[in-house]
Design a protein around this ligand. Structure first.
Ligand code: GDP
Ligand code: ZN
Length: 290
C-alpha cells in the first residue's frame, strides 16, 4: 500500500491515503522518512502499520543542522515562499540564500513582505527589485489580512513551505491560512506518544481552498544546504547571460579580470546588492563544504 507522509515524529509517521490518515511505525534508522514522501507500507497481524520503503523523490529540501551537516527535512515540494518583515529587520541576504536554494532545486519561489501594515519604505523598495529578476513578490499581513487572498492563490495546486527568519510571522500566516493548524499539531504530538517535548515535528497541512503547506521548526528558519560553492551562481538567475563572456572559462566572478559578471554589476545590469549576496554565499558555501 502506498501513502503520503503528512507528519513525521521520531519513530512514527502519519500517512494519508485517499483522505484517510493513520500512524505508521518506522523501522529503525535506515528509512529516513520525511514529510512529503510517498511511502509503501505493510499492515502487520497486530494491526500496526510499518513503512517498508520510500518512493523516489522529485525534490529534497535540505538544511544545515546544528552539527553543520546536511539533513533532509521535506520531500517533493513545489514551491518555497520566503517571508521577510520590517521587524525583525529584514535580512535580504537570507532572502537571496533561500531563493538561490529554490532555483537550484528547480522549485518555484516567491518573496512576501509580511507585516506590511508597518509600512517600511526601504523594505518595499528592496522587495520591488525582485520582480524584474523574475521572482514574484507579495505583501501580506497576518494581522490585518492584507494580501492573504493573493498568497492563497499562489499556494493553490502546490506543495509549499514558508521559510524565513524567526519572528517574521510564518506561524501567524499558517494559522491564518489553515484554520485549526495549531490544534492539529498539538493533537499529533499527543498521538505520537512522545510527550510535549517534540521539537522536530514536521506537518503537512491542507489549505481549505487547495494546496498544501509543510511546516516544522526545522523547516521554518532552516539554512539551506548548497553542496558546492561553484553551484551558487546557478541560483542567481539574472547572472545567467554573463559567465560565458568572462575572459577565463573557470572564472569565479570574484577577483578575476575581465569578468562579465562584474562588468554587468558596474553597468547596472546586475544589482550590486545581489552581487554582494552572491559573493557572500559563495564564500559561505566554500567554508561549509570545504
Ligand atoms: P515566526 O517565528 O516566523 O513563525 O513568527 P510568528 O508567527 O510567531 O510571529 C512573530 C510575531 O509577529 C508575533 O508576535 C506575531 O503576532 C507578530 N506578527 C505576525 N504577523 C504579523 C503581521 O502581519 N503584522 C504584525 N504587526 N505583526 C505580526
Ligand atoms: Zn567572471
Amino acid at each position: 500500500m502506498s501513502a503520503l507522509v503528512v507528519a513525521r515524529f521520531r519513530n512514527t509517521a502519519e500517512v494519508e491515503e485517499q483522505g484517510r490518515r493513520r500512524m505508521c511505525l518506522l523501522k529503525g534508522k535506515r528509512l529516513n522518512v520525511v514529510v512529503g514522501d510517498r511511502v509503501d507500507y505493510q499492515e502487520l497481524s497486530t494491526g500496526q502499520a510499518v513503512v517498508e520503503a520510500i518512493r523516489e523523490r522529485d525534490t529534497e529540501l535540505t538544511r544545515i543542522n546544528s552539527a553543520g551537516k546536511p539533513e533532509i527535512v521535506a520531500a517533493n515540494i513545489d514551491q518555497i515562499i520566503v517571508v521577510v518583515a520590517p521587524q525583525p529587520a529584514a535580512d535580504w541576504f537570507l532572502v537571496d540564500r533561500y531563493l538561490c536554494a529554490a532555483e537550484l532545486l528547480a522549485v518555484a519561489a516567491a518573496v512576501t513582505l509580511n507585516k506590511v501594515e508597518l509600512h517600511e519604505p526601504a523594505d518595499l523598495e528592496a522587495l520591488a527589485a525582485y520582480g524584474p529578476i523574475g521572482c514574484d513578490t507579495l505583501a501580506t499581513s497576518a494581522r490585518t489580512g492584507a494580501g492573504l487572498d493573493a498568497l492563497r492563490a499562489r499556494l493553490t495546486e502546490r506543495r509549499s513551505v514558508l521559510v524565513g527568519q524567526s519572528g517574521v510571522g510564518k506561524s501567524s500566516l499558517l494559522n491564518a491560512l489553515v484554520p485549526g493548524a495549531a490544534e492539529r499539531v498539538a493533537g499529533l504530538s499527543q498521538k505520537s506518544a512522545q510527550g510535549r517535548h517534540t521539537t522536530s515535528t514536521a506537518v503537512l497541512h491542507r489549505l481549505p481552498g487547495g494546496g498544501e503547506l509543510i511546516d516544522s521548526p526545522g523547516v521554518r528558519d532552516y539554512a539551506p544546504f548548497i553542496g558546492d560553492a561553484r553551484a551558487v551562481i546557478g541560483g542567481f538567475r539574472e547572472f545567467a547571460p554573463y559567465p560565458a563572456k568572462c575572459r577565463f572559462s573557470d572564472c569565479r566572478h570574484l577577483q578575476e579580470p575581465d569578468c562579465a559578471v562584474k562588468d554587468a554589476v558596474a553597468t547596472g545590469k546586475i544589482l550590486e546588492r545581489r552581487y554582494r549576496s552572491f559573493v557572500r554565499l559563495t564564500e559561505l558555501t566554500a567554508t561549509l563544504t570545504g
